[in-house]
Design a protein around this ligand. Sequence first.
Ligand code: ADP
Ligand code: ADP
Length: 233
Amino acid sequence: MALIETRGLRRVYNLDAGRVVALDHVDLDVENGDFLAVMGPSGSGKSTFMNLVGCLDRPTSGHYSLGGTTVERLDANGLAHLRNREIGFVFQQFNLLPRLDALANVELPMIYAGIDRKHRRERAIHALERVGLTDRARHRPMQLSGGQQQRVAIARALVNNPSLLLADEPTGALDSKTAEEILGLFQELNREGTTVVLVTHDADVGRHAGRLVRFKDGRVTEDSRQTPVLVPL
Ligand code: ADP
Ligand code: ADP
């Protein structure tokens, strides 16, 4: 069974000015272990797709299942529960809490998940190890470079062992060398088994994924496997 399965996925926004069909007839399977880049011009439906896949929004019609759970049947609580269990989010602007150090930022999702203090600490340290940032555990976001802040955000995204890492322009705020390092980290996590879906408008970023899906006017116009540009370890 695919981790992500969409059939005839459709999202229509109703506006005073009329209806906008943001996504239409999207049929997609994403397998466990995939590293998928979602690309397309502005307005092509990438954010709408990301919000649906991320269980932040529900389709107008069509089917979406994540890890075997049918998403369109869930109410807001069910959606939030599934999201917290299955998905780790990474954003362009890191979204770290400025007053908390790296370790405390990484511990946050585990507080919501009700994990006790001792295990929170252990797992946060382990997550920071995975992103190569143990020596910065006690630094606050402002004391870290952009790349280091994104590593903290990735550790935070991983700490509840999600089945999917969902990244929205994760390198958009970084210089090209740092962006390359972050893409290398995604590749490393993917080799260790994490499924990655990365939304980007940047072709240089998309080349690092093993599979490329392109949207135009709310439809998939390309879905191809590719040999990714590998970032050396
Ligand atoms: P992308 O992320 O590729 O730029 P979007 O998913 O944001 O594309 O947009 C797809 C289409 O849906 C566009 O025509 C956009 O204007 C429209 N759209 C996106 N979000 C909303 C919204 N919340 N309300 C109304 N229309 C929206
Ligand atoms: P954009 O790509 O349009 O600039 P963002 O990357 O900030 O937007 O967010 C993409 C989507 O994720 C939006 O629908 C937003 O509401 C949602 N979102 C943003 N931050 C968080 C968060 N910390 N947790 C969950 N959802 C978020």
